[in-house]
Design a protein around this ligand. Structure first.
Ligand code: HDD
Length: 705
């Protein structure tokens, strides 16, 4: 039956269903009326051409129930723009989060470089820093086992400097020629389109098994470095050797290191897995919330400086990006700090469109011959051409330098500038104000002599693939070694091709015989597979305890988040006292309750909750506490969400402040309280326990390889 439309073109209304006048206006979508309803000073909606729009709800039709009209330029413009809203995601590092801030130099490197960003003490250079995972797509989760990108764009007075690093100081491969193969191997397998954001599959480990140069980085990747607690608790590294050039043109090699003010911290693997279900945006949210709270993430920038002569004495080649320089060999010198204090206004405009490139360096910083770096110098600019659509991406505000810039580059897609004058070439005699090169200020490359023979070769000095892998593994604490071995067992257990598993375990024998045996046992191998030939004898390098995490974690509640579970009948004074004590030492506190509306406390007041129990598992906290009446404790002991809350916190080695009422829940979870389980009345005891993890609990809760 044909229905009679309303004269205004909205959906037909039966008399009984006539909306209120406000609803009806909203439905018609008259911009002016909406403006009045909201009581704001909204500008009139327009098209991109500035034409005011009268109706943003209904497309133009030949009759109220007739077909749409091509003439509807407003609809066409809106839909066309929408259809093109996405740009290609980054081929690697697609998922990322970024923030604005500043870098402040505290120690001048004037002896070594002319780059003002590294010579002017106290000057705050604006930065934009993007953290990322590597393997997953833009919509993947924040907490897979993966290397993290750590890219900093410094807007220096002499042009942009991009330090595009990772949270690990070495890389998988030695030559950029292998990068596409590495990335193809680690990303989703091409026939099946999975797994997403995971290295635990056949193609990655097949590649590893055939490319022993990956072995050192694989040790780092299997360590707890790749399951960071927060972006704020990650170290960062420039990885390659760069050069600093001083006014006399003298070169000093440099490696860059970022160290988080909060200290380095990681999760445990089971926790990282559960975080993927609990909160896809765990790291992004944490970065956002800390900046919103004025608790600004901060890192110290340090350098390792060394000469060509120093480098010749190293028992490895520093141009090989699979090698690090232990800080026991070349100490770290702190030179400044980076503070991230402003969340981007718009994710797409800034975080998505930012284009980093390791080739962006100001005068006074130069490249080394590291063959991975040399390939990177090409790739990043090239990738932006397809990602951002043309050669003018440097004009996008987030990419534009904040110092004056002038050149003769013209035209192209999305040219935003309107250059004036006749002269768009150089040299010219027609205009007196055109830009000219400057010997005094311009970028200079280090004048390096080269008497080698051209060819596609790997230097022999790159041939040792195992010594630093061994150094890294043996430098770890016993618990970290066990985590690493268990991670290898986990990953290789997901590999279905038996010969790939065997080949990897074969390589592990050169890293450490005990590690190989533990992994073989964990995989249920009946015998150790043969170890491959090595090109070079494996060296027992001096160990580097600085490469550990557990011993170096800072005992602090600064930057940590504690969840307190309450329910109807909880004692409000106990909650308030605990909260106050925790906040006093820098922790943030969130209240969790069976209902998000909150809990009706014993004294009849309502305590609103930050999270609902079933949707706020304990994995999102660093430690947990509970203040429950005996009745509620008994009731919650029958709720899986409550039992899991404590069982997971216990299993993830977190401190627990459990009141008497909570003991029933602990019992239901089979938890035998240890020294990390205290009474919430003992706030200081809880604080002491919550400053770290209860590492000695680990053997009681899981079997590690
Ligand atoms: Fe890369 C992105 C870090 C080797 C090619 N890389 C990218 C990002 C980071 C790194 C952090 C994301 C930047 C952002 O947040 O937008 N990449 C590294 C590190 C490497 C490395 C630390 C080794 C030391 N990369 C590497 C090689 C190549 C590339 C050898 C190619 C020859 N990387 C790219 C790229 C990306 C990129 C394809 C993808 C998106 C982009 O650049 O803007 O050009």
């Amino acid at each position: 039956m044909a229905r009679t439309p309303t004269s205004r073109g909205a959906a037909p209304k039966s008399p009984s269903a006539t909306p209120s006048s406000t609803q009806a206006d909203t439905y018609r979508g008259n911009a002016g009326e909406l403006q009045q309803q909201a009581g704001g000073k909204h500008p009139v909606l327009t098209t991109q051409q500035g034409i005011p729009v009268a109706d943003n709800q209904n497309s133009l039709r030949s009759s109220p129930r007739g077909p749409g009209l091509l003439e509807d330029f407003i609809l066409r413009e809106k839909i066309t723009h929408f259809d093109h809203e996405r740009i290609p995601e980054r081929i690697v590092h697609a998922r990322g989060s970024a923030a604005h801030g500043f870098f402040e130099l505290t120690h001048s490197l004037k002896r070594y470089t002319t780059a003002k960003v590294l010579t002017e003490i106290g000057v705050q250079t604006p930065v934009f820093t993007r953290f990322s995972t590597v393997a997953g797509g833009a919509g993947s989760v924040d907490t897979p086992r993966d290397v993290r990108g750590f890219a900093v764009k410094f807007y220096t007075p002499e042009g942009n400097w991009d330090l595009v690093g990772n949270n690990i100081p070495v890389f998988f491969i030695q030559d950029a020629m292998k990068f596409p193969d590495l990335v193809h191997a680690v990303k989703m397998e091409p026939d099946r389109g999975f797994p997403q954001a995971a290295s635990a599959h056949d193609t990655f480990w097949d590649f590893v098994s055939l490319m022993p140069e990956t072995m050192h980085m694989v040790m780092w990747q299997m360590s707890d470095r790749t399951i960071p607690r927060s972006l704020r608790t990650m170290e960062g590294f420039g990885i390659h050797s760069f050069r600093l050039l001083n006014a006399a043109g003298e070169s000093t090699f440099v490696k860059f290191h970022w160290r988080p003010k909060l200290g380095i911290q990681s999760t445990v693997w089971d926790e990282a897995l559960k975080l993927q279900a609990a909160d896809n945006d765990f790291h992004r949210r944490d970065l956002f919330e800390s900046i919103e709270a004025g608790d600004f993430p901060e890192w110290e920038l340090s350098v390792q400086l060394f000469t060509e002569e120093d480098a010749e004495r190293f028992p490895f080649d520093h141009l090989d990006p699979t090698k690090l320089i232990p800080e026991e060999l070349v100490p770290l010198q702190p030179i400044g700090r980076m503070v991230l204090n402003r969340w981007p206004d718009n994710f797409f405009a800034e975080t998505e469109q930012v284009a980093y490139c390791p080739a962006n360096v100001p005068p006074g910083i130069d490249f080394s011959n590291d063959p991975l770096l040399q390939g990177r110098l090409f790739s990043y600019l090239d990738t932006q051409l397809s990602r951002l659509g043309g050669p003018n991406f440097a004009q996008i505000p987030i990419n534009a330098p904040k110092c004056p810039f002038h050149n003769m580059q013209r035209d192209g897609h999305m040219q935003m500038q309107v250059p004036k004058g006749r002269v768009n070439y150089e040299p010219s005699s027609l205009q007196s104000d055109t830009p000219r090169a400057s010997q005094a200020q311009g970028f200079r490359h280090f004048a390096q002599a080269d008497d080698g023979v051209k060819g596609r070769v790997r230097p022999e000095s790159f041939a040792d693939h195992y010594s630093q892998a061994r150094m890294f593994f043996r430098s770890q604490s016993p618990l970290e070694q066990a985590h690493l071995a268990s991670a290898l067992v986990f990953e290789l257990s997901k590999v279905t091709t038996v010969h790939v598993r065997e080949a990897v375990v074969g390589h592990l024998q050169h890293v450490d015989a005990d590690l190989a045996q533990r992994v073989a046992n964990g995989l249920g191998m009946q015998a150790l597979p043969p170890a491959p030939q090595t090109a070079e004898p494996v060296q027992d390098l001096a160990l580097s305890p600085a490469l550990r995490i557990i011993d170096r974690m800072k005992p602090t509640l600064q930057g940590r988040c504690i969840g307190i579970l309450v329910a109807d009948g909880s004692n409000g004074t106990s909650v308030a006292n605990l909260r106050k004590a925790l906040e006093k030492v820098g922790a943030s506190v969130k209240i969790v309750s069976p209902k998000v509306g909150g809990a009706l406390l014993k004294d009849g007041t309502l305590l609103p909750a930050d999270g609902q129990l079933a949707g706020t598992p304990s994995v999102v906290f660093d430690a947990v506490a509970s203040v429950l009446s005996p009745d509620m404790g008994a009731a919650l002991a029958k709720e899986a969400a409550a039992v899991d809350w404590f069982r997971d916190a216990f299993g993830h080695l977190k401190a627990i402040a459990a009141c008497k009422g909570t003991r029933a829940i602990l019992a239901a979870g089979g938890i035998e309280p240890d020294t990390g389980v205290v009474d919430p009345a003992d706030a200081q005891g809880f604080i002491a326990a919550a400053q770290t993890r209860q590492w000695d609990r680990e053997p009681k809760v899981r079997t590690l390889a």
